[in-house]
Design a binder for this molecule. Sequence first.
Ligand code: NAD
Ligand code: WQD
Length: 348
Amino acid sequence: MMDQQASRLVPMRILLTGGAGYIGTHVAVELCTLGHDVILVDDLSNSCRAAVARVESIVGRSVQFYQADLRDSMTLTQIFSAEKPDAVMHFAGLKAVGESVAQPLRYYDVNINATLSLLRVMDTAGVRKLIFSSSATVYGDPQALPLTEENRVGQGISNPYGWTKLMIEQILRDVAHSEPTCQMSVLRYFNPVGAHESGLIGEDPAGIPNNLMPFVAQVAAGRRTHVNVYGDDYDTEDGTGVRDYIHVMDLARGHVAALNHLVPGVSTYNLGTGLGTSVFGLIHAFEEACGQSIPFEVTARRPGDVAATYCSPAKAAQDLNWTAGLTIVDACRDSWRWQSNNPGGYPK
Ligand code: NAD
Ligand code: WQD
């Protein structure tokens, strides 16, 4: 559902860290479409310049882009003084769960130090509005479903990536406590999937996808032979893992809603649909979207996976006037359009 206040917004200058990435590009399109100006800052460690060009072609105007590592505070300071953003959306970071187990120091360095550098530069520049990409992963083992923002966090987090998200949430609360004019929103994404309806931007993972949806899309496109289903003996409706898949454009509108409703301090919101879909359910929805069958093989459970997780999106509905309007079928259709139009991802 479109936030009703969005159309009445005063145009803002919004700096998107990690703005060339999967979620950043979709949020950039949404913000530009509403008439905001965006400034994208990305070191392109997990993205490419072509993604920014695609954003420009969707919105029909040029977009300010800087290739920079957020940990380079000097460059970041120059960007802030040249661009004078009103608000920041902080997407930049490393996000591969398995890789974070193998390379913990790299994950703590990039995710934590990039955030500290950003917060210092924002403080000096007097920029007080921040929206942060957190993750459902901070809940670890769910105490009870659906997950509300009051669910305990930390217990059962099984990887350094998840810890960086929880640590950054705490850092933001401490910073906001020290500077009461800060207005921050922590958005705990559930499982972002899908692509912009144009088919021009989408998820373009490097190497073998870790996540289910891009893997299924690559099987459908013939890049991979079959999907490995990680376990069919969970205590769920069909034995496979259940997740709350949220269309990336709904997620993008959630960011706009959060921006419209920033208040002093740190507010935390789940962004999800509130519905669970199993692995088999997603595969079947994708089969419908692409009109072909998707081969799969059931394999062992993946270490660290929980059986089921989905959120209560009630707080975001109440405070932000936002709910997800798109379905898993919409997400599969848009993901397939992106995948089939760009079988090898962005032109490299
Ligand atoms: P992504 O990898 O596509 O985008 C992140 C971007 O950050 C990339 O373009 C990368 O090049 C950039 N980046 C990394 N380190 C940087 C640095 N030091 N300086 C500047 N840029 C840097 O990932 P995404 O899926 O778009 O995720 C965006 C954010 O949302 C991340 O913080 C991620 O942890 C979080 N998140 C993602 C998911 C998901 O499933 N996609 C779920 C929950 C939370
Ligand atoms: C979904 C379901 C798998 C791949 C991860 C991160 C989380 C967040 C989103 C960043 C599970 C099953 C998967 C495959 C499969 N990211 N699966 N075969 O694990 O819920 O969440 O991405 O914050 O932090 O942990 O998403 O897409 O990897 O898995 O059967 O090839 O699909 O077991 O049940 P996950 P996912």
